[in-house]
Design a binder for this molecule. Structure first.
Ligand code: ADP
Ligand code: MG
Length: 235
């Protein structure tokens, strides 16, 4: 269980986050959507203990967090296989790292250098590197924001497959409503300046979620509901 309670934060006396609380159950994926500048990254940095909040507290981080950021931030001097295992620690996990690389289609590219990979492959490698450390909670800040739509959808499908196997909890920050609804069990919408959580939508589509769910009328309807909440919160 991962818990953020009544967190508020300001930068130079300008409030960026106001009284945000969030509980994530084991294995749950919670998405947070909000417009640019509403405080999503601030919230995630606080959740990751990279930033101490002015008010409020974060509990549950002793449960091995993993991070994924928009920038894959690979180490250019290490080959794919070594980048993948850089956070995994013990060499006992070598098998696990190799199986993750296989799962995301990078098995045949193990000996390549990062600069030899496409954007989507780099992101997959970044995902593998994070999961190789067997986190219980994954904190992701717009991880797929820089990818084209086809690659983004592939990444969503892979993420859900890995999630079904590893059952980590996840807090996913995104500005894309469809991404939030496709991946999450719950979608929280944030209002801007200062960011606060304005609504929660439960996403009850069964898992595993097929790619075709994206073209389902119920899926579109829920995206519409979330988008409407976002618009009214930003007005
Ligand atoms: P988001 O990730 O939703 O785009 P951020 O959390 O990055 O939003 O930013 C929220 C607000 O806080 C914005 O107005 C931003 O300009 C401000 N902000 C973020 N980081 C800093 C910082 N290090 N110093 C000063 N202001 C910041
Ligand atoms: Mg941000």
């Amino acid at each position: 269980m991962f818990n953020i309670t009544s967190v508020s934060h300001s930068y130079n006396h300008v409030p960026a986050l106001a009284d945000v609380s969030l509980t994530v159950a084991p294995g749950e994926i919670v998405a947070i959507v909000g417009p640019s500048g509403c405080g999503k990254s601030t919230l995630l940095r606080i959740a990751a203990a990279l930033l101490a909040p002015e008010l409020g507290e974060v509990k549950g981080l002793e449960a091995r967090p993993g991070y994924i950021f928009q920038e894959p931030a690979l180490l250019p001097w290490l080959r794919v296989r070594d980048n993948a295992s850089v956070l995994a620690g013990s060499s006992a996990d070598a098998h696990f790292v190799d199986s993750l690389l296989e799962r995301v289609g990078l098995g045949a590219h193990r000996h390549k250098w990062p600069h030899e990979l496409s954007g989507g492959m780099k992101m997959r490698l970044s995902l593998v590197r994070t999961l190789a450390a067997r986190p219980n909670v994954v904190l992701a800040d717009e991880p797929f924001g820089a990818l084209d739509q086809i690659t983004r959808h592939q990444m969503h499908d892979e993420l859900l497959r890995l999630h079904a196997e590893q059952r980590f909890s996840m807090v996913l920050v995104t500005h894309a409503v469809d991404e939030a609804v496709f991946l999450a069990d719950r979608v929280l919408t944030m209002s801007p300046a200062p960011g606060r959580i304005t609504a929660t939508s439960t996403v009850s589509f069964a898992r595993p979620r097929a790619a075709a769910l994206r073209y389902d009328a119920a899926f579109a309807a829920l995206c519409g509901t979330v988008a409407t909440t976002l618009r009214s919160a930003s007005a």
